[in-house]
Write a protein that binds this ligand. Structure first.
Ligand SMILES: [Zn+2]
Length: 83
């Protein structure tokens, strides 16, 4: 799995499509890629704070902000714009 593929998975995660914790390839990539770890930690923390333990769907404006934040963190940690 490449970093760009991680980003695609994370975008789905923000939209509530998948749980990255159950994706094995995702975990394997994370184990060896520090920039991706930083981005994923950041996104997970933001979602956890918002939900405060209650698993419900995130509202669209919040998801849009998360997508923006995801792209920004990605650029900071990977030194390039996501494709
Ligand atoms: Zn990576």
């Amino acid at each position: 799995m490449k970093c760009e593929e991680m980003l695609a998975v994370l975008n789905d995660y923000v939209d509530g499509g998948i749980d990255p914790a159950v994706c094995r390839e995702f975990e394997q990539h994370m184990a060896g890629c520090n920039p991706c770890q930083v981005v994923v930690d950041n996104i997970r923390k933001t979602i956890t704070l918002y939900q405060a333990g209650r698993p419900y769907e995130l509202p669209a404006p919040f998801r849009n902000r998360l997508h923006e934040s995801l792209r920004r963190r990605w650029k900071e940690t990977h030194g390039s714009n996501p494709k």
